[in-house]
Write a protein that binds this ligand. Structure first.
Ligand SMILES: C[S@@+](CC[C@H](N)C(=O)[O-])C[C@H]1O[C@@H](n2cnc3c(N)ncnc32)[C@H](O)[C@@H]1O
Length: 280
């Protein structure tokens, strides 16, 4: 099999799942990971023949991709801001929008000393990015899933960053915010009724615990977080949320109910209302 034939095989096998530009991007990233190929390989040496070993490993990777396993799980790695994070199917693959949530916190806070807490940390993406970009801050992070927390801890070691991890259930346990200055969270916010519009690879492979909230209570995590923070701390702690754009109206109501007079909403890079800073 030649280099060009391999790309044709990717295009054919992955066509039911992805558009051609996306397939070509997957092909480049997969072959860079496997063989260190440059993105110009197909253009420069289309007729080079793969060794048996190369062909075997490329087709093995393609088989997983064809089964709708996201590329990041196949490679075991995802990138978030300046971090390389290990990911497996017990953690959500960090999204580009969430990088903007981190940026909002950084833009608002340049103080040297600060304790920021990331709730629902998953792979640790938000907590680790904040610690990397504000090394003098104290960063803690909470997660209910023990396997996810192990991935997050591994990512802290991999990136040589120090985080205070907490294994707890936000919906059941009482969380102590008495020393916390800023809260940030990207909690589960997808409604089961949104499944129809979701990509097969997300539905079949990303952890439901990270994605879904009950249809009848879409704001469960936001309400609980605001109530927990207000109960535990007398300070006016800003809470930076990633939100479901479909829940914009309901989030506004929740904000007013909880006295979020100084709150702000922001759009993401796709122009969707995606973030809320709750502040009294
Ligand atoms: C949308 S993911 C966000 C992961 C990561 N913060 C990110 O932005 O990529 C939500 C995370 O919340 C965790 N989670 C779900 N229910 C929880 C609960 N009751 N208490 C704490 N964490 C919870 C999930 O396991 C998952 O890791």
């Amino acid at each position: 099999m030649t280099v060009l034939e391999l790309r044709q095989r990717f295009r054919k096998d992955l066509a039911p799942l992805y558009g051609q530009n996306e397939i070509d991007d997957i092909f480049k990233r997969a072959t860079a990971f496997l063989f260190g190929w440059s993105s110009l390989k197909v253009g420069l040496v289309p007729n080079d023949i793969l060794t048996d070993e190369e062909q075997k490993s490329a087709l093995n990777m393609l088989a997983q991709l064809k089964a709708a396993v996201p590329l990041q799980y196949v490679l075991g790695v995802s990138h978030f801001r300046h971090l390389s994070l290990n990911v497996d199917p017990c953690v959500l693959i960090p999204r580009p929008e969430t990088e903007e949530l981190v940026q909002w916190v950084l833009d608002d806070h340049s103080e040297d000393e600060c304790h920021v807490m990331d709730l629902c940390t998953g792979s640790g993406a938000i907590a680790l990015a904040l610690k990397q970009e504000r090394p003098s801050w104290t960063v803690s992070a909470l997660e209910v899933s023990a396997p996810a927390l192990e991935v997050a801890k591994g990512n802290a070691t991999k990136n040589d960053l120090d985080i205070a991890w907490q294994h707890a259930d936000l919906l059941k346990d009482t969380i102590d915010f008495s020393t916390v200055d800023i809260v940030v969270s990207n909690p589960p916010y997808v409604l089961p009724s949104e499944k129809k519009q979701m990509h097969a690879n997300v539905l079949a492979h990303e952890p439901p615990l990270a994605l879904f909230v009950p249809e009848e209570d879409p704001l469960l995590f936001y309400r609980t977080i605001i109530e927990q923070v207000k109960r535990s701390s007398s300070k006016n702690i800003p809470i930076y949320f990633e939100i479901n754009p479909l829940a914009e109206e309901a989030m506004n109501v929740l904000n007013v109910q909880h006295g979020g007079k100084a709150s702000q909403m922001k759009k993401d890079l796709f122009g969707k209302k995606r973030f809320l800073k709750f502040e009294q």
